[in-house]
Design a protein around this ligand. Structure first.
Ligand SMILES: Nc1ncnc2c1ncn2[C@@H]1O[C@H](COP(=O)(O)OP(=O)(O)OP(=O)(O)O)[C@@H](O)[C@H]1O
Ligand SMILES: [Mg+2]
Length: 303
């Protein structure tokens, strides 16, 4: 889908982007941007707006509603187009390649740059937004929170966490950020969930992950969504990715979230590598060691 957006972007003219960013601005205030306001937001004449709307509708970058008033909103492809254009204007990326992964709330693509990188588009809020906007299109917009905002905030939080943690913690190197999108180094391993670890290595990998979590805690962050799907394992070690929901260690629930992260990981290793993971490890003990940066090996916490 987004591969298409990349070719669509190549085909767009500067005025098409004025239109898209005009609608983007309007969506800060209402879910559907009134047609009459688009010239003002975009800096285009009404005739030009009509022409550009047609082009962008044909390319599925914007959608229209006509009940009550004529309004437009960006589709996520339209928002993707704006981010892609920003990245390409500042030479962060040259081309978009194959999908690397589709998460619950993101699409990740390989991109060409001076070397292959990864581009993650956040979709937080978009699915909900579709549901909400179908049912409540015409209610007052004063409590309106756009999915653009939710997705952008998630990308900002993730980029900030990566920037703070890299390179002290093994996370993908952050490269650039725009709107709901971030560019980072491509992971070179496989997801822990798909890795077939030699039983003799399993506990060692668990130790490596817990040490990264301890270092991240020391640097002020709890991942808060730790699972076998957010860790990549390679010959060179482990990398922890997917950080948008990270919380500060100052947060009231930080300790609880840390404990949940530790519990998820231990649970996974116990299920998948039962004979190698000591059964009698106390989650609370490990969490304490992680929080105090005194964690070394899980075996030391087996009773
Ligand atoms: N830097 C990267 N390099 C290569 N592949 C990546 C990279 N980041 C993410 N991916 C791939 O994209 C998938 C989704 O990414 P990520 O876990 O960051 O997003 P998510 O939507 O938050 O996931 P979740 O479903 O766990 O909430 C990952 O499982 C992984 O396969
Ligand atoms: Mg994930």
């Amino acid at each position: 889908m987004v591969q298409n957006v990349a070719s669509v972007v190549a085909d767009l003219e500067p005025e098409d982007f004025y239109l898209l960013s005009g609608i983007e601005q309007g969506m800060r205030f209402s879910r559907w941007v009134n047609r009459e306001k688009i010239p003002e937001y975009s800096g285009l004449t009404p005739e030009e707006v009509a022409y550009r709307l047609d082009r962008c509708m044909q390319r599925d970058l914007v959608t229209r509603k006509t009940i009550q008033y004529e309004g437009y909103q960006l589709e996520f492809e339209g928002y993707d187009a704006l981010a892609l254009r920003a990245f390409s204007e500042r030479d962060t990326i040259e081309a978009v390649g194959a999908p690397l992964g589709v998460g619950k709330e993101s699409d990740v693509y390989e991109v060409q740059s001076y070397k292959p990188l990864a581009l993650k588009f956040h979709r937080e809020g978009y699915t909900n937004f579709r549901k909400v906007s179908r049912g409540r299109d015409y209610t007052a917009d004063h409590r309106h929170v756009s999915w653009l905002y939710t997705a952008r905030k998630a990308a900002e939080r993730e980029y900030e966490a990566l920037s703070e943690l890299f390179p002290v913690v093994s996370v993908p190197r952050p490269v650039d950020h725009n709107r709901h999108a971030i560019v980072m180094d491509k992971l070179d391993g496989v997801e822990l969930a798909r890795a077939k670890l030699d039983p003799s290595q399993a506990v060692g990998v668990l130790d490596l992950i817990l040490r990264e979590i301890a270092t991240a805690y020391g640097a002020g962050f709890v991942h808060a969504d730790m699972s076998e799907y957010n860790v990549s394992v390679s010959e060179g070690g482990v990398t922890i990715f997917d950080w948008p929901q990270a919380v500060s260690t100052e947060h009231d629930n930080a300790r609880e979230l840390l404990e949940r992260d530790v519990k998820n990981l231990l649970g996974y290793f116990r299920r998948k590598y039962p004979t190698d993971t000591p059964e009698s490890i106390d989650v609370g003990d490990v969490t304490t060691a992680v929080a105090e940066s005194s964690f070394d090996t899980v075996r030391a916490h087996a009773k």
